[in-house]
Design a protein around this ligand. Structure first.
Ligand code: AVJ
Length: 322
């Protein structure tokens, strides 16, 4: 067991992104990555155990059940890099299966220091696994991790938890192409994607009965208050989860319950809201299994195998770089 963290704090773009997202004409929006500060990351951990939110459990179930099917499909020597490791809990199954074959290096890549620390403490006791964490954006971190591989090592990139669902479909494909450009032919990408499912189940997952998802969403405004000195009245905004059928995605919004203005000193702006106007804070795209292999094909991968959870429709796809 060995642990090291390679940190590189990127200067905060929060103020600039808040300004741009709230002053743009038309639909106001904020980038979903800002949901994950220390509080937001903890709230997401709670979401992942809510009865209504089956996504994380499905992902973990698939990895637990199929780790021993996945590992034999990989080459003998593997360097594992995970994009957005989160708590690292579900990665354990795969790392344990790999460690049974040989000593393996695991590089979690996370912009959240809290999540990275949690992942390292969760996984550092596994024997025969060396952890080298990168506190960086995904592609920067992946480049850095790829630079550490030995010449006979296959790179296995993990992109789990349906984080890909946060990208628009076009952007998702562009992102996969960018990952592909960092890889060599024969390298692998294990991609977790949430699948389409009945609407009531989907909406409940993003609007749970005890309000944890609402708190997770509202924390974004609280964060802007904390970090940028803003005066958002949290009582005057409401969590909304809606399904957009044209794009097959769940969208989270924050709806202003009154005409109001908000001052955000560190972003140098005053923002006017009309009653019922929303800030769009996140999208979670839902996929069809066929769509995943088509998208993989267009971004330079071949879909080697897929494992599907039927209890909560979710897919784990093993993609090989061509
Ligand atoms: C962690 C991005 C997969 O989109 O389902 C959970 C985040 N948002 N509840 C998702 C989330 C609201 C989650 N991902």
């Amino acid at each position: 067991m060995a642990t090291a963290v390679i940190a590189q704090r990127s200067s905060s773009d929060l103020a600039a992104d808040v300004r741009a997202g709230l002053l743009r004409p038309g639909q106001k929006e904020l980038p979903s990555k800002y949901l994950y500060d220390e509080i937001g990351s903890e709230l997401f951990e709670v979401i992942s155990v809510l009865p209504e939110y089956g996504l994380t459990r499905a992902d973990e179930r698939l990895l637990r059940r199929h780790a021993t099917d996945i590992v034999p499909r990989l080459e003998a020597h593997v360097l594992v890099a995970e994009l957005g490791s989160g708590s690292g809990k579900k990665t354990r199954w795969l790392l344990e299966a790999l460690a049974r074959r040989q000593r393996t290096t695991y590089c979690p890549i996370e912009i959240s220091r809290t999540a990275l620390a949690r992942c390292e403490s969760e996984l550092s006791q596994i024997e025969c696994i060396s952890i080298v964490g990168f506190e960086r954006p995904y592609l920067d971190g992946l480049l850095a991790a790829a630079a550490r591989r030995d010449k006979n090592e296959q790179l296995l990139v993990l992109f789990l938890g349906s984080t890909i669902g946060n990208f628009d479909r076009d952007a998702a494909e562009r992102f996969l192409s960018e990952v592909r450009r960092i890889l060599f032919p024969g390298d692998a990408l294990l991609l977790g994607t949430d699948l389409e499912k009945p609407l009531p189940q989907l909406l409940a997952a993003y609007d749970d009965s005890i309000g944890v998802t609402a708190a997770f969403n509202l924390n974004l405004l609280a964060r802007i208050n904390r970090e940028l000195g803003a005066d958002f009245d949290l009582e005057a905004f409401q969590h909304v989860a809606r399904y957009n059928p044209a794009h097959r995605r769940v969208e989270m919004h924050l709806r202003s319950t009154a005409d109001q203005t908000v001052t955000i000193p560190a972003a140098g702006c005053i923002v006017a809201f009309l009653k019922d106007e929303t800030i769009w804070t996140e999208s979670s795209h839902k996929y069809r299994t066929s769509e995943i292999s088509e998208m993989a094909g267009r971004s330079g991968f071949k879909c080697d195998s897929q494992w599907i959870d039927t209890e909560w429709p979710f897919a784990e796809s093993l993609l090989i770089a061509e």
